[in-house]
Design a binder for this molecule. Structure first.
Ligand code: C5J
Length: 228
């Protein structure tokens, strides 16, 4: 497949679809639906819905172009041996990680709330990566998965912009990957954090990445030009 040109800020980015991965961060019921981890922290989870449609568009384009697709899930072992006390102890004692909620135990692997939302459910063969932290590289096998496929460009979507998306892009940038935040495919419980989070990535000539969007990605994968 020939090189594609992605309309992005601060500058367009040339990439090879065969060496690019779409990484969809934590589009889990626990973050997007009432009764999950996000709501227990006092957030309005409806704010994350804005990213669902654009993520579906990016996912469809990535699947059609044969890109590597990786879905991440933040969560912990049922015995919580991998959950740092400093993380668990935050929030109300009855609604912490591991407590029972309407979607099962909060942020625990295997529980309904830990699963990815139906609209973005992984297709057979797509990578599903469980991570205990905010970054997708921390305590996971993401790096070897990317190395084995010769990936050099990460197209990053998901929630939340300033937490797990940002952490993953920072980790990826330090490891030498070209990291692109797909702006409309990301969302935050704090709209101003979303906006500023994206500004931070692309400031200073793209200090740790690029910012683009779902329609620019779709156009690039179809080898059509589009402004960012
Ligand atoms: C948070 C995440 N916000 N996926 N996790 O705790 O961004």
């Amino acid at each position: 497949m020939p090189e594609s040109l992605l309309a992005a800020e601060p500058a367009p980015l040339a990439f090879h679809p065969a060496r690019a991965a779409l990484v969809i961060i934590d589009m889990q019921r626990d973050f997007l639906e009432p009764g999950g981890f996000g709501e227990t922290l006092g957030n309005d989870v409806s704010l994350l819905q804005a990213a669902v449609g654009p993520c579906q568009a990016a996912l469809a384009a990535a699947r059609a172009a044969g890109l590597l697709v990786i879905h991440t899930r933040e969560g912990h072992r049922p015995d919580m041996a991998d959950a740092p006390p400093a993380k668990v102890e935050r929030g109300a004692p009855t609604a912490r990680i591991g407590c029972a909620g309407p979607m099962g135990r909060i942020l625990i692997r295997g529980e309904p709330g830990h699963d990815i939302i139906a609209e973005l459910y992984p297709a057979p063969g797509e990578v599903v990566l469980d991570k205990p932290g905010k970054g997708a590289f921390y305590q996971t096998d993401l790096e070897i998965i990317l190395k084995n496929r010769g990936i050099d460009t990460l197209l990053v979507a998901g929630v939340t912009t300033e937490v797990c998306v940002h952490t993953t892009i920072r980790e990826g940038n330090d490891r030498g990957y070209r990291c692109v935040a797909l702006a409309d495919c990301c969302a935050s419980y704090f709209p101003e954090f979303h906006r500023i989070g994206l500004e931070m990535i692309k400031a200073q000539g793209g200090i740790f990445g690029w910012v683009s969007g779902s329609s620019a990605l779709t156009a690039a994968l179809a080898n059509k030009a589009e402004a960012a």
